[in-house]
Design a protein around this ligand. Structure first.
Ligand code: UT7
Length: 317
């Protein structure tokens, strides 16, 4: 398969580190040096569904296809205010689609996992043109009275349209079951048959542990993909990594190798937008004409689970 259209959408409200330091015990200096984040976009007047539709419509427009030519919708989302129906059902009509779709939740690694599913569906003949939409509002599950998670995230959506082609070369998925490293527990309705029931709580994160696992496992995924395709880091034009922390990106680069110029970032302006981070970055790089036919691109992401994933492209437009 290959990507023939990209789109992205961000909330209108920009919140800087200085803004956060106005009501949290934090500072621009701490956030910038520990994470690389300078600002993030937060949902305020619009909602996630507006962002999702905006990114998807832009990607379809860029692909040159008509909405009715899309024959499957794959949505990556960690959480939104609807547990059911799925986000794909909620936005399908507004995007102008009539095809079937489904939602996946593989945390921040959702985009690369969705690519694997799209590749399999195309090879099995189930779909020819697939829309992947990653729409995330992680700021809605942080505790805004605490500084540990709230400073890290931003909201956003990114989308790609895929069709048949030879650009997608390989993908490696990893799962190491460890709920405690990062989780968000929603409340459930009490029943008369249970004495204890779960009350929801905001995102919980063991930052240092997650940092270490993210660097080690992402570097392993990338090196596996490189090795089994007979490539060295020098052969790769772009390493497009999940944008969670600039120091994590640097840690992965220290193991994998390559100039920092090959590791683009958008985290400084958007924070961690979960599974939307790679498709948003891809959309911006294509708009800036940074990607050309023949470029070898590695994408790699990690997140709650613990999960991680990497894939390889030999880019064609
Ligand atoms: O998409 C996946 C989601 N999440 C991640 O990938 C996050 C992975 N982890 C990280 O990025 C980093 O571990 C963090 C950015 C979360 C934290 O950075 P760190 O260098 O590991 O800092 P730390 O947790 O060891 O905290 C160092 C100090 C502590 O103070 P003391 O105990 O040394 O006095 C913290 O209380 O920094 C303090 N601290 C803060 N200070 C100002 C923690 N958060 C903040 C904050 N502002 N926002």
């Amino acid at each position: 398969m290959k990507i023939i259209g990209t789109g992205s959408a961000l909330p209108t409200l920009t919140v800087t580190n200085e803004d956060l330091a106005g009501f949290l015990d934090t500072s621009d200096e701490w956030i910038t040096t520990r994470t690389g984040i300078q600002a993030r976009h937060l949902l305020s007047t619009e909602d996630l569904y507006d962002l999702a539709v905006d990114a998807a419509v832009k990607a379809i427009k860029a692909s040159g296809l008509r909405p009715e030519q899309i024959d499957f919708l794959l949505v990556s989302n960690v959480a939104n205010r609807h547990v059911t129906p799925g986000l794909s059902c909620i936005v399908q009509k507004r995007i102008g689609l009539s095809c079937a779709g489904l939602d996946i939740n593989v945390a921040c690694a959702g985009f690369v996992n969705a690519l694997m599913l799209a590749d399999g569906m195309m090879k099995a003949g189930h779909a020819k043109n697939i829309l992947i939409l990653c729409a995330e509002e992680p700021t809605k599950y942080c505790n805004w009275k605490e500084r540990d998670c709230s400073v890290l995230f931003g909201d956003g959506a990114g989308a790609v349209v895929l069709t048949e082609g030879n650009a997608f070369k390989d993908v490696k998925l990893t799962m190491i079951s460890d709920r405690d490293v990062l989780y968000y527990e929603r409340g459930m309705e009490p029943t008369p048959f249970e004495e204890k029931y779960i009350v929801g709580q905001p995102l919980v994160m063991k930052g240092k542990e997650l940092f270490r696992t993210a660097v080690t496992e992402s570097a392993k995924d990338i090196n596996t993909v490189l090795k089994r395709n007979g490539l060295q880091h020098d052969d790769i034009d772009w390493f497009m990594l999940h944008q969670a922390n600039k120091r994590i990106i640097e840690g992965i680069r220290n193991i994998v190798g390559g100039s920092c110029l090959k590791y683009p970032t958008i985290i400084e302006k958007y924070g961690n937008t979960s599974s939307a981070s790679i498709p948003i970055m891809l959309d911006e790089m294509i708009a800036d004409n940074k990607i050309k036919t023949g470029d070898k691109i590695v994408m790699s992401a990690f997140g709650a689970g613990f999960v991680s994933a990497a894939c390889l492209w030999d880019w064609e437009f």
